[in-house]
Ligand binder design. Sequence first.
Ligand SMILES: [Zn+2]
Length: 80
Amino acid sequence: MAICYLCERKERESYWCHYCPSCRRIKHLLNLYGDRVNEVLEHVLVRSEDKQKYKIQDKIKEDIEKKQYSLRSQTKKEQK
Ligand SMILES: [Zn+2]
């Protein structure tokens, strides 16, 4: 079976249909809501990615602080 024109990953619903079932749904939503779909995708997806970055940076910072703390306490033990 042929590949969907939109996602280029899933199989088309049928040979004469251009899209897979989930992309056909997206196409339907685009027909219904027009540019609103693009706005929502940009705002929700892009913003949540930003939040993910902050979360990752925060987590890395936390890990670094923990490592520094354990390194400090290790050197203290070694000095004794
Ligand atoms: Zn698709």
